[in-house]
Design a protein around this ligand. Structure first.
Ligand SMILES: *Cc1c(COP(=O)(O)O)cnc(C)c1O
Length: 392
């Protein structure tokens, strides 16, 4: 199999698995049980993991709160901040291209009396800091803009936006789930108050994430129960998952520059190759401010899902920016937000790489993809008409 869906999830790194195994076997103690060794072992592992994740992102250990996922971190950031303002500030600013964890949390808050401004993006998916400035109000509680988009890879100017947001007295959250492991991510450089992370997007295990909460930020507790995560997020800690997350992030960051250079080179080879070999194709997103591992194309006159099925038959795992994710027939909200008409958005394909992707795999996809697109187009009445007109 050629796996080119690393924006959906990544393979667990062998080092992360190795670090996790003892906590799935002999060290099964509850990290809250301090009166015997296996509990203390778990507690120490948890402590070390928190320290490590904090170090990697330029935070203090007591600013890192482990969660059950990236979605949970996003939900907590939006709902927890609004709830802490207790009606004094009820305005949220976000963008039209956020992950559904943010968009649907905002929609939920709208049902509970909040007003939400959904900022548009330009044709490359970029949020304009000037638009943020114009939308800020006295009652703006929080601005949430993602660091990197999961569909088209666009990297947003978070540091610039955070500065503007703070000058107006609001809080800044960023969803850094896709960025981590694919670029340097430091909360001090970004200047954010809250930041969401998820382990399985950087070769850690699924079902574990974290929310960075800057010291001094008032946020309501999210899971009510015991005193775990400083009482803010109760539940017996997923020690193995947390240890795996820390190890995966350390591993990714150890060779970050080298890995990014590798992915960027292969990404560009893929983008250039596809645009060169397949007519009526556009690259979605920008070439410059782009995740090193993401490529997203729209092929006119065909359906993304048919491409996926044919790629699957050839052993290539990829993703399209449309229906299946949401179970609806609407194309991706991100592709619509960058201005693509429905019919073009439907014909899109996301290929996302990892540090393990090889030149041979990219070459093979460049061999496999053009005839697939050509075959599907031959079955398309629209394409037939275009050809007919061209031949006249
Ligand atoms: C994957 C993803 C999430 C959700 O993370 P989970 O851990 O899968 O819940 C949130 N935001 C972005 C940008 C993502 O890519």
């Amino acid at each position: 199999m050629i796996y080119m869906d690393n924006n959906a999830t990544t393979a667990l790194h062998a080092k992360a698995l190795e670090a996790m195994l003892p906590f799935l076997t002999e060290h099964y103690g509850n990290a809250s049980s301090k009166f015997y060794k296996t509990g203390r072992d778990a507690e120490q592992a948890l402590y070390a993991a928190r320290q490590s994740v904090a170090n990697q992102i330029g935070a203090k250990p007591n600013e890192v709160y482990f969660t059950g996922s990236g979605c949970e971190a996003d939900n907590w950031a939006i709902k927890g901040i609004i709830s802490a303002f207790d009606g004094r500030k009820k305005h949220i600013i976000t963008s039209e291209i956020e992950h559904h964890a943010i968009l649907n949390s905002c929609a939920y808050m709208e049902k509970h009396g909040c007003e939400v401004t959904y900022l548009p993006v330009d044709e490359y998916g970029r949020v304009n800091p000037v638009d943020v400035e114009k939308s800020l109000r006295d009652d703006t509680a929080i601005v949430s803009i993602m660091l990197a988009n999961n569909e088209i890879g666009t990297i947003e100017p978070i540091a610039d936006i955070a500065e503007i947001v703070h000058s107006h007295g609001a809080l800044m959250h960023t969803d850094a789930v896709q960025a981590m492991g694919h670029m340097a991510v430091d909360v001090r450089e970004l200047g954010v108050d809250l930041m969401s992370m998820s382990a399985h997007k950087f070769h850690g295990p699924k079902g574990v994430g974290a929310l960075y909460i800057k010291n001094g930020v008032r946020i309501d507790n999210f899971i009510h129960g015991g005193g775990q995560e400083r009482g803010k997020r109760a539940a017996t800690e997923n020690v193995a998952g947390i240890v795996g997350m820390a190890k995966a992030l350390e591993t990714a960051n150890e060779k970050l520059a080298e890995n990014c250079a590798h992915m960027r080179r292969l990404r560009d080879k893929l983008i250039d190759g596809v645009l060169e070999r397949i007519p009526y194709t556009r690259l979605n997103g920008t070439r410059k401010e782009r995740l090193c591992n993401n490529a997203n194309f729209s092929f006119k006159y065909i359906e993304g899902e048919s491409i996926l099925m044919m790629l699957d038959m050839k052993g290539v795992a990829a993703s399209s920016g449309s229906a299946c994710a949401s179970g609806s027939l609407d194309p991706s909200h991100v592709l619509l937000a960058i201005g693509l008409p429905h019919e073009i958005a439907h014909g899109s394909l996301r290929l996302s790489l990892s540090a393990d992707t090889t030149d041979a795999e990219v070459d093979e996809v460049l061999e496999i993809l053009p005839p697939i697109v050509e075959r599907l187009r031959e079955m398309s009445p629209l394409y037939e008409e275009v050809k007919r007109k061209e031949n006249k």
